[in-house]
Design a protein around this ligand. Structure first.
Ligand SMILES: [Zn+2]
Length: 496
């Protein structure tokens, strides 16, 4: 039904301002310069699939590591903490650009120019994280500030950032004293996990304080520097290439964090899905998520999982075509990251219909899929998801490593799939509708733009909503941010 609406809505049924924007969009779609400008200004809502460490550009990591007295191994391009024994002080390297240019370092810390270097996009991509890991230490506040500022410049209002705070600590605890065969509650010392939870919350407090100071955010909404009006929430990312008890412990920590801190709205599983351990234990991991989220029924279940980020050749065929289904049916995921291998499912038609029926959103990462998996253009399942009415939105995955931004992904989607303005607006609306922000969503249906009953007759985004709608908005942080997106969309469309 949704598909039908999306495909059949004609320009003549839209409000006249959207009509002007859509006409202009069609007239400049083939002009990359004007299209970039249009999409940069276009209110895009949020980015729901964004790994904080991968969102940072190498240039920033190098600046921070240099200021922090860190070092670099010039044979591996791995940044290390001081002292610089057998390695080069970054401060020295940064000052001496004439003899040791930073270009190869930046290439090594990203997928820039990877085609020239005889390494696969997959291997280059995953190799970067180890190179800049040490540069990120102590700089998480700076990293959030960078992500937020970049989002603000692109007329975005929301980021869901993934990070693994406390995960290595709980992994260590699990290795020392965990026992997966023990009954629930005794597999790992919950008191010790709770102590890690407290430390992580303190870390979040420090991150929030630092990023706000860096951005210069004030209480006055009218004079806020760029980025201060971007709402940030976090996903706890479980590293899935560890032993089962260690993945279990991380999942427990993620669930406890969601329960303890409203800034942590979801859990996610990360690290290469094609990794030997990730493949071997995939179903067991889904069972961990199911068991642990059932153990904490009172908390909002923000479960989004990287699933189906696989393709023929990368892994044996037996590993293809069931991860998406398992993430939804076993783990209870309400969002899927990537969803590339859907074509290999035993009954794709039924799965897609059920995803549309259950409103399971797919976070689409076009550039990432191209570089890591070699999946692009007609090989990408985005058009199939659209055809079946499965909700989708565009996201960046790792904008720093991939040297992109969200506008770039909107542009890539537009030119590759000849999308309409209406479809882009649908993506933007979905990015908030399906976010894990608390509260009820504004839309009954983002495909046709119909709002829930309380706001059904309102001009969306209006300064003075009706009393019923105002009452609804007052109770829902999610709907309030959606209202702000609608205000921006109205203003944007009125400019044509
Ligand atoms: Zn990802």
């Amino acid at each position: 039904m949704k598909t039908l609406l999306l495909l059949c809505l004609t320009i003549s049924t839209w409000p006249v301002l959207a009509n002007h924007a859509a006409n202009y969009f069609e007239s400049i779609k083939q002009d990359p310069v004007k299209l970039r400008q249009f999409l940069q200004q276009f209110p895009k809502g949020g980015d729901l699939h964004n790994h904080l460490s991968g969102a940072i550009y190498a240039e920033s990591y190098l600046e921070w590591a240099s200021a922090d007295g860190k070092c670099i191994d010039l044979s591996t391009y791995i940044i290390t903490p001081p002292p610089c024994e057998g390695t080069k002080p970054l401060r020295q390297l940064m000052a001496d650009t004439s003899t040791e240019p930073l270009e190869p370092v930046i290439d090594a810390m990203s997928t820039r120019n990877y085609e020239r270097r005889g390494v696969s996009g997959h291997d280059q991509f995953f190799a970067t994280f180890n190179r800049f890991r040490s540069a990120a230490t102590g700089r998480f506040g700076d990293m959030v500030a960078e992500a937020r500022q970049r989002a603000g410049r692109q007329n975005m209002v929301y980021l869901e950032l993934m990070l693994s705070l406390g995960m290595l600590e709980v992994t260590q605890l699990a290795a020392e004293s965990g026992n997966l065969d023990a009954p629930y509650g005794e597999r790992i010392d919950h008191t010790k996990v709770d102590t890690i939870v407290e430390t992580v919350i303190e870390h979040f407090d420090a991150i929030e304080k630092r990023q706000s100071e860096l951005l210069g955010c004030t209480a006055d909404a009218d004079t806020q520097p760029t980025g201060c009006d971007v709402t940030v929430r976090y996903q706890a990312q479980v590293l899935r290439t560890f032993a089962p008890i260690q993945v279990y412990a991380q999942t427990l920590l993620a669930v406890k964090l969601m329960q303890a801190d409203p800034r942590v709205v979801a859990l996610n599983f990360v690290a290469p899905e094609d990794h030997r351990i990730a493949l071997r234990d995939y179903h067991q991991h889904m069972q961990f998520v199911a068991e642990l989220s059932a153990a904490f029924p009172s908390q909002p279940a923000g479960i989004t999982l990287h699933a189906g980020e696989l393709t023929m050749g990368l892994v044996p065929p037996e590993d293809l075509g069931w991860h998406i289904r398992d993430a939804i049916e076993t783990a209870g995921a309400t969002r899927i990251g990537h969803g590339i291998d859907i074509a290999y499912d035993d009954n794709m038609d039924a799965l897609l219909n059920s995803m549309a029926e259950q409103d399971i959103l797919v976070e689409i990462n076009l550039t990432s899929n191209d570089v890591i998996l070699g999946i692009k253009d007609a090989d990408h399942p985005l058009p199939t998801y659209l055809e079946y009415g499965v909700p989708v939105t565009l996201s960046t995955d790792d904008e720093g490593v991939s040297r992109i931004d969200l506008t770039h992904e909107y542009q890539r989607a537009t030119t590759t799939y000849d999308l309409s303005y209406l479809q882009l607006r649908y993506f933007a609306r979905n990015s908030l509708q399906y976010s894990f922000l608390s509260g009820a969503p504004l839309f009954k249906d983002t495909a046709d733009g119909s709002a829930i009953t309380a706001c059904a007759t309102d001009d969306l985004g209006a300064v003075a909503p009706s009393s019923n709608c105002a009452e609804f908005l007052a109770q829902s942080p999610k709907a309030r941010l959606q209202w702000e997106l609608e205000r921006r969309l109205s203003a944007f469309e009125a400019s044509f």
